[in-house]
Design a protein around this ligand. Structure first.
Ligand code: CNA
Length: 277
C-alpha cells in the first residue's frame, strides 16, 4: 500500500470511529469489476472498448432508448452477460453491508444495475438504485409494468424480443437508458439526505468515473461541513476539478481499500465471514 493510501485509510477510519458517524456510499461499476463484470470506461477492459461485436454505431447506443426501439438485439446480448445471479458481490459490497450491520450506514446510492448490493444484503430502505435494475420490466410505449422473470426467460430461451400484450410496444428491464428519466426515488431520497448532511456524515464515492449526470453532481452538492472520500483507480469528477482540503483520497482497488479499512476498524474478521475469505 502506498504511504498516501495508508494515511487515507487511517483518516477515514478515524472519521468512522466517531460514535455519531453515518456513511453515505455513492458507487459505480468499478466496485463490481472484481466480480467479473466489466465497467464502461476502463481502457481495454471496459464494455465501451469491447462492443465491436455488437455492431453498434456508437458505444452508448446499447443503452440508448431510440436505438433500442429500432434494434433491441445488442442490449439483449449485453443483458445476458450482465444478468443478476451470474456474479457474487465483492469485498467492497460486503464492506457496505458491514457498515449497515454496525449501524453506521445512512444510504447506498448505486449506479450499478447488477443488483449486487441486494445480494450482499443491503436492505431496500438503505438502497437507491439510481439507474434502475433488472428487478422489473416495463413497456416502453404504454409503460405497463411486468415481473422480472419474463425478461430472464426471454434472454435464456433466445425467444423473440418481448412485446407488450396490451400495445405491442417493446418490453425492457427498468434500467435507465440515455433518454429516460431516473426513478423519482433517486431525487426524493437525495433531497432528504442532502438536507440532513452534517459534520458527522461521511460520503464515500467509489468505483465511478463520475461521468454520468445527474448522479455525477451528487458529490458536488455535499455540504462543505460533511467529509468526502474517493476510493477509485484515479481522481474523478469534483475530486479532480474542485478538490476540497478535507477530501480523503484513496487511489487503488476498492476491494483492497475495503480490506484495509475493515482491518483499521477492527472489522476484518466480520468481513472475512461475509466474504468467505
Ligand atoms: P465507468 O464510467 O465505467 O467508471 C468506472 C470507474 O471505476 C472508473 O473510474 C475506473 O477507473 C474505476 N474502477 C474500475 N475498477 C476499479 C476497482 N477495482 N477499484 C476502484 N475503482 C475501479 O462506470 P460508472 O459506474 O461511473 O458509470 C455509470 C454507468 C455504468 C451506470 O449507468 C451503470 O449502469 C453502468 N454500468 C454498470 C455496471 C454494473 O452494474 N456492474 C457495469 C458496467 C456499466
Amino acid at each position: 500500500m502506498t504511504e498516501k493510501n495508508a494515511t487515507s485509510i487511517k483518516r477515514l477510519a478515524k472519521l468512522v470511529k466517531n460514535p455519531n458517524a453515518k456513511v453515505i456510499f455513492m458507487v459505480g461499476a468499478g466496485i463490481s469489476t472484481s466480480c467479473g463484470i466489466p465497467d464502461f470506461r476502463s481502457p481495454g477492459t471496459g464494455l465501451y472498448d469491447n462492443l465491436a461485436k455488437l455492431n453498434l454505431p456508437f458505444a452508448e447506443a446499447v443503452f440508448d432508448i431510440d436505438f433500442f426501439e429500432k434494434n433491441p438485439e445488442p442490449f439483449y446480448t449485453l443483458a445476458k452477460e450482465l444478468y443478476p445471479g451470474n456474479y457474487e458481490p465483492s469485498n467492497f459490497h460486503y464492506l457496505m453491508r458491514l457498515f449497515q450491520d454496525k449501524g453506521k450506514l445512512h444510504r447506498v446510492y448505486t449506479q450499478n444495475i447488477d443488483t449486487l448490493e441486494r445480494a450482499a444484503g443491503i436492505l431496500p430502505d438503505n438502497l437507491v438504485e439510481a439507474h434502475g435494475s433488472f428487478a422489473k420490466n416495463h413497456c416502453i410505449k404504454c409503460h405497463k409494468v411486468f415481473v422480472q422473470e419474463i425478461f430472464e426467460q426471454a434472454i435464456n430461451e433466445d425467444k423473440e424480443f418481448l412485446k407488450c400484450v396490451h400495445c405491442n410496444g417493446l418490453i425492457k428491464p427498468q434500467i435507465v437508458f440515455f433518454g429516460e428519466n431516473l426513478p423519482s426515488l433517486f431525487f426524493s431520497s437525495w433531497d432528504d439526505d442532502c438536507a440532513k448532511l452534517g459534520e458527522d456524515h461521511i460520503v464515500i464515492v467509489a468505483g465511478t468515473s463520475l461521468a454520468v449526470y445527474p448522479f455525477a453532481s451528487l458529490p458536488t452538492e455535499v455540504p462543505k461541513i460533511t467529509n468526502r472520500s474517493l476510493i477509485n483507480l484515479q481522481r474523478v469528477g469534483d475530486f479532480k476539478n474542485n478538490p476540497r482540503k478535507s477530501d480523503v483520497i484513496y487511489l487503488g482497488s476498492s476491494d483492497h481499500a475495503a480490506e484495509q479499512l475493515a482491518a483499521e476498524l477492527g472489522w476484518l474478521d466480520d468481513l472475512k465471514i461475509l466474504t468467505n475469505m
